[in-house]
Design a protein around this ligand. Structure first.
Ligand code: SAM
Length: 171
């Protein structure tokens, strides 16, 4: 299954850190790439630096019209919101799709997102974080890909260790 993420409403002056975490979580948990509806070249370059060092072909890019992106997306569109239907009721339906676009907000998302999405899905019905929501969503629909994923052409790789930090360069 191919999963893409659409990050809506990023505010460069206050969301840099959390949006970076959204992008890195998307990559680490198995998504192919992430679209932002607002430009932030510095943030995009930071994420691309991580990809150059840690490998794979995860992309991060700005999209001029998120509505066009959603309308033209050939696959299932899933909006994560605390007001949506519980993920566990829909996980089989989502897993039967070959391509999924998952939408997460920063500030309040425009009401059309609810309409343009095929599914509005909650990860519990309490307010929390787009990073947490995305991580749980990807973990459940990709069956724990985060624990298996290895990235092509990595310049650096961690060697898991009980105590110290161990790194392999050019594995
Ligand atoms: N204040 C905003 C509003 O009223 O819509 C929500 C901000 S919340 C920190 C940012 C994003 O996290 C939301 O747009 C949603 O994608 C995600 N999120 C937060 N809690 C969630 C939950 N319980 N289930 C699914 N997604 C959630």
């Amino acid at each position: 299954m191919e999963v893409y993420v659409l990050r809506l409403g990023h505010r460069p002056e206050r969301d840099k850190r959390i949006s970076t975490h959204v992008a890195l979580t998307a990559r680490a948990f198995g998504a192919r790439g992430i679209y932002f509806d607002r430009e932030d070249e510095r943030l995009f370059e930071n994420v691309r630096d991580v990809v150059r060092r840690w490998g794979g072909d995860f992309f991060i890019e700005h999209v001029k019209s998120w509505k066009e992106l959603l309308k033209s997306f050939d696959g299932l569109k899933v909006h994560l919101t605390m007001y949506g239907m519980p993920l566990l009721q829909k996980v089989n339906e989502i897993q039967s799709s070959e391509r999924v676009m998952v939408v997460v907000g920063a500030e309040k998302v425009p009401p059309e997102v609810y309409e343009l999405s095929d599914l509005n899905i909650s990860i519990g019905n309490q307010p929390h974080s787009e990073v947490a929501a995305l991580a749980v969503f990807l973990d459940r629909i990709l069956n724990g890909e985060v624990f298996r994923v290895r990235f092509r052409d990595a310049k650096t790789e961690v060697i898991p260790a009980e105590r110290e930090k161990r790194i392999r360069e050019n594995p």
